[in-house]
Design a protein around this ligand. Sequence first.
Ligand SMILES: Cc1ncc(COP(=O)(O)O)c(C=O)c1O
Length: 356
Amino acid sequence: MVAEAFYRYKHQEDTTAFTMWQMLEPQAETIRAGLARLFGCDPNEIAITRNASEALQILLFGIDLRSGDEVISTTQDYPRMLTALRQREAREGPTVKLVKIPLAPENTDDIVNAIEAAITPRTKVILISHMVNITGQIMPVRKICEMARARGIETIVDGAHSFAQLDFKRDDLQCDYFGSSLHKWLYAPKGAGLLYVRKDKISKVWPLMASVDKGKDDIRKFEEIGTHSSATRLSIGEALLYHDAIGAKRKEERLRYLSSYWMNRLKKLDGIGFNTSFSPDQFCAIANFKIEGGDPLKITEYLMAKHKIIATPIIHAEFSGIRITPNIFTTLRELDRFCGVIEHLVKNGAAKAQYS
Ligand SMILES: Cc1ncc(COP(=O)(O)O)c(C=O)c1O
């Protein structure tokens, strides 16, 4: 459905420049309105970007910061965003502080406390993932944002994995800024993203590509990126329809059900551990497990080579494991096959002997 719409728009935009700029491009306003409805904000607070990286880098480079200011993030935030912060630090001097957050905590207040402990009077911005991509941890975003706001600190939420995976609205987060990719859980074509900027903050954020003529309060200033495909942006509309047809709550519940299914089966095995909490408010589609003594790289290579099972090795300075991510169309039979392979590996000591 989304792919068909994409090709339809693609044919249309390639006919004449008039078709693209005068007929198709203005329809992006409908997409803006649809994204705003899903996120629970005013359409004039939503910019359509090419991905989460672009949305978040607009913020990480566009918010005024100077030497002496501090930005806090975590060691588990997405590497490209941390690289952006490091580049900013190298060029302009704001100090970047990365906080270690506990893995699969009993109480998510431990995460809030770890971040709060790093705050000083110089802290200006906190960047946090809504869902940590390497563990699937759902962060206590609202508590962090409220704690930050009470101290006059702005919050940027990296929602690359949460948007359209979890059923939430802007007011559930209380963030100032939010960025996401739409080609992940909304199933839009690759090259589609969303940037949210709270209305009263738009005028103070510089766009990545200059657009002084665009009116500083206009969220569309962040979309002045030169010639780009309308087809990608417009087919977000079909992805939104598909999302609505499934239902945001049903989608979240289905994804959590599938993760719980394989997690609960594997947890019965000796020698299996988890880098993801089993608490329903802390995980959904993504979870990370480990086989004692097993090398995640070798095990995931084996899973693909021998069983055509896609799993992602996660090697982080603080922990390692294997990330499993079912999608709504994943069947229980497929999860049984995956669990069967892991059970076989663990029972035969193969994870230790052959693959580590
Ligand atoms: C937490 C997180 N942030 C940002 C990104 C960047 O997304 P994109 O490559 O679509 O810009 C990803 C991608 O996986 C991610 O997991």
